[in-house]
Design a protein around this ligand. Structure first.
Ligand code: C2E
Ligand code: CA
Ligand code: CA
Length: 788
């Protein structure tokens, strides 16, 4: 513990060594003033011998003068080695010896003066007496002052004089001597008090010096110790503002020589290290300057420095050093190189702000960026908040496994990031990405968002799989829809959901009406379970016919919910909810049973095809359920077809089950072909009999632009599969499909899905009207084919 105020210490706290040291200084002090004191003594002795000792006392004069000279010379003997030879702190016995020598000298000199007074007072006249007494008092006082640093000697000096003189004058009994005696006593007491006071102040000065020296020593030790093992250092600025403690460590770390450091101020040092060249540096300097000026301690101010040509970060703390009496002594503080820690913290902050998998900003950062964008919105500007969600990503995960799913996400993120010039693109959920676009016109905002879907159009290749991924985007804009970040995100979410329901792979704008749909969805979520139990579902059947002649081959079973309040609902209102909740499994079972039971009443040549979701396919005992349904309904297995999607099967999962079912005679159709991730390699391994070309290809069919469909048909043929075109809406499409060699067609052009009760009647009519050439009529309601 450092002591800044030495006065607090007392003798008992001094170590032996210190006590000895104080003593040595006391003696030294006396011997230092000895020449002056001796000069005074010699002069006064000369005066006394010359004037006070009257003529006729030559013998006394000689003896007394010689004795006094010898005593004075003794003090010179002490004085020479100590003062001239600077032989200061000699071993203790020397100091002790000097003390006793001095004591002896003092007593002898005092006695000599008393002897002089005793011998002369009776024989000299009153004017000589006056000189004698005055000189006596002067010698006594001057000696007391000169000896005051050694209290005991000074007191002995006073007492020898005082008691000696009293012994001489008191017996005389005259009035003048009696008065003189009183004066002498008062003088003696005053001198003793003065001596004690002088001694005390000398001693406390000594102690203060000790404390200061000890403190310096401790600080040095601490500094060396402190700097020994760390990247930290102490700095010390004196009251003139220059760096007084300049360590090797500081020199090493700053790249500035110790000699140069010594003439620098703290501020000068920071300027040398180019702290002011950066914004953060200037901010830190302002803080430090302010504290230096107000003499306020500062803590861990982080400053960027350029030390030895390298950019580093230092942390500086400082405390003003002020005495109890408010005397400013300077500053002292610690500095440390915190570069690693600082970089680490910044990395942590960066990590906290980014998504670990893709490296894109994360949901939290998305939120703060959105709030910032809304806060700095200019009057003519709009902020578009988009949420992009990958279509069918869950099936990629389910079928190809999570490692592939993760790699796909990384590639998707990289592509989105590349596409986002000036747009903030963050990963805000599993396969959800947040987009913030600033544009002044709605049209530009929309185009910017649509451009992201475009960026994903090219297929991805992950672990040998060719993956076609599509996405849907929902968006809302500020200030039109709201200027609150949370509300905007929620609205964009609704728009996304709507975009998905409307068929995916599109950009959907938020509209207040979506809230109604959202509540429908919420109610579907609540009601679905009980609706399955209450058997509120029925099947509609859409015919699948030969492209060549329109002969009905079978029907696809399409699910409808006969909702007690909302009426007949198509799958887009509930199928996602059913899949998300897993209710698709019991619902799918009902569908199978219904489809088989109803199809069993149809003509023997007509099959039924049933949609099966991936979740259903991989649910335990799926194959058993299918076979049970057939057995229960009595439908032969060759009249049942199952429609699966690519995403539901590409992985080994479910394939074995399909193989088993196929072996019993059930046909498998691959639904929505071309929309998922298609690889002809994996297609080869799939147990599929029919390839259903997705409606989007049929919609795009143009005269002279049927290459895609033609090649799909070719591939199907090569793999021994039949091809079926979905969503055929025009005679033109039908004509082109026939030209491409597609065997089966299905769509509104042939017939919309029919209620179960109308199937038999439809079959009768269709059979009667089947004409191979009918399709060439070119009208929407074909001559030969019935379209309801
Ligand atoms: P999907 O399997 O691709 O079924 C074809 C959908 O296209 C049906 O819609 C059908 O009504 C519609 N469609 C048929 N012809 C045309 C046309 O010419 N133009 C247009 N624009 N659309 C046409 P739906 O019935 O709303 O079914 C939608 C989807 O719901 C189905 O798509 C299927 O994926 C799913 N789904 C339907 N029923 C079931 C089911 O029982 N189980 C499962 N798991 N999913 C089902
Ligand atoms: Ca289907
Ligand atoms: Ca389909």
């Amino acid at each position: 513990m450092l002591r800044t105020v030495a006065g607090r210490r007392n003798d008992s706290e001094l170590s032996d060594l210190e006590r000895r040291d104080v003593f040595a200084r006391q003696i030294l002090q006396v011997t230092t003033v000895a020449p002056l004191a001796n000069l005074v003594n010699v002069l006064s002795m000369c005066a006394l011998l010359a004037y006070v000792v009257p003529p006729g006392h030559d013998e006394f004069r000689l003896i007394w003068g010689t004795a006094a000279l010898l005593v004075v010379l003794n003090s010179v003997r002490v004085w020479i080695p100590r003062v001239i030879l600077k032989d200061r702190y000699r071993p203790k016995h020397t100091t002790r010896y000097d003390y006793w020598a001095l004591m002896l000298e003092v007593i002898l000199l005092g006695l000599l003066v008393v002897i002089l007074a005793a011998a002369m007072l009776p024989v000299i006249d009153s004017s000589r007496k006056l000189v004698l007494i005055a000189t006596f008092a002067g010698v006594m006082g001057a000696g007391a002052v000169a000896l005051s640093t050694v209290r005991s000697i000074a007191v002995v000096w006073i007492l020898v004089h005082s008691i000696g003189l009293l012994a001489v004058i008191l017996p005389k009994g005259t009035t003048e001597y009696t008065v003189l005696s009183y004066q002498l006593v008062v003088y003696t007491v005053t001198l003793v008090i003065g001596v004690v006071y002088l001694w005390a102040s000398f001693r406390s000065r000594c102690l203060a010096e000790f404390a200061a020296a000890a403190e310096r020593q401790t600080v040095s030790l601490l500094l060396d110790d402190f700097e020994g093992g760390t990247r930290d250092w102490l700095w010390d600025v004196d009251n003139t503002g220059t760096l007084s403690h300049t360590s090797i460590r500081l020199s090493q770390i700053s790249g500035i020589a110790v000699s140069e450091l010594r003439v620098l101020s703290l501020r000068g040092l920071l300027d040398r290290l180019e702290v002011g060249s950066t914004k953060s540096g200037r901010t830190a300097l302002a803080v430090i300057d302010d504290h230096l000026e107000r003499l306020m301690p500062f803590r861990e101010v982080v400053v960027p420095v350029r030390a030895g040509g390298v950019d580093r970060w230092w942390s500086l703390s400082g405390q003003p050093r002020v005495t109890e009496t408010s005397e400013f002594l300077g500053w002292r503080g610690v500095g440390s190189d915190v570069t690693e820690k600082y970089n680490y913290e910044r990395r942590i902050l960066r990590l906290a702000a980014t998504d670990g998998l893709t490296g894109l900003p994360n949901r939290r950062t998305f939120g703060t960026e959105l709030v910032a964008a809304l806060g700095s919105l200019r009057p003519e500007e709009q902020v578009f908040v988009g949420i992009l969600d990958l279509d069918n990503f869950k099936s990629v995960n389910d079928t190809l496994g999570h490692p592939v799913g993760d790699k796909l996400l990384i590639s998707v993120a990289a592509r989105l990031n590349r596409a986002s010039a000036g747009v903030i693109c963050a990963r805000i959920g599993g396969d959800e990405f947040g987009l913030i676009v600033r544009e002044s016109r709605e049209r530009d905002g929309y185009a910017m968002l649509a451009h992201y879907l475009e960026a994903l159009r090219e297929p991805f290749y992950v672990n040998g799989n060719r993956i076609e991924i599509r996405a849907s985007i929902g968006y809302a804009s500020a200030p039109a829809d709201s200027d609150d970040a949370d509300t905007l995100v929620m609205s964009a979410d609704l728009a996304l959901y709507a975009a998905k329901s409307a068929g995916k792979n599109r950009v959907g704008r938020y509209s207040p009406a979506l809230h109604i749909q959202a509540s429908e969805r919420a109610s579907a979520l609540q009601e679905l379970g009980s609706a399955i139990e209450a058997r509120q579902f029925e099947l509609y059947y859409q015919p699948q016919v030969l492209a060549e002649n329109g002969r009905v081959e079978g029907f696809e079973a399409l699910l409808r919910w006969n909702h007690p309040v909302r009426g007949l609902l198509t799958p887009r209102h509930f199928i996602d909810v059913a899949e998300e909740t897993g209710l698709i499994v019991p619902l799918g079972l009902q569908v199978l049973q219904m489809a088989c039971t109803e199809a069993a009443t149809w003509p023997e040549s007509t099959y039924v095809t049933v949609n099966v979701s991936p979740a259903q396919l991989i649910s335990t005992g799926f194959g058993e359920r299918v076979l049970d349904a057939l057995e229960l309904s009595g439908l032969p297995s060759k009249r049942l077809q199952l429609e699966i999607t690519e995403t539901g099967t590409v992985d080994g999962l479910g394939v074995a089950e399909l193989d088993r079912l196929r072996a019993t005679g059930i046909a498998i159709a691959l639904d929505d072909f071309g929309t998922g991730y298609s690889s002809f390699e994996s297609l080869k391994k799939l147990p599929v009999d029919i390839l259903k070309i997705d409606r989007s290809f049929i919609t795009e069919l143009r005269e002279g632009d049927s290459a895609v469909v033609t090649s799909i048909v070719e591939v199907a043929k090569a793999l021994g599969m039949q091809s079926l075109a979905e969503g055929v809406e025009t005679a033109e499409q039908l004509r082109l499909l026939r030209g491409a060699g597609c065997e089966l067609v299905q769509g509104y052009y042939i017939s919309e899905p029919l209620p179960a009760a109308e199937v038999t009647e439809y079959l009768k009519g269709a059979q009667g009207k089947a004409q191979p050439t009918a399709v060439s009529c070119g009208v929407r309601r074909p001559c030969g084919w019935s379209r309801r």
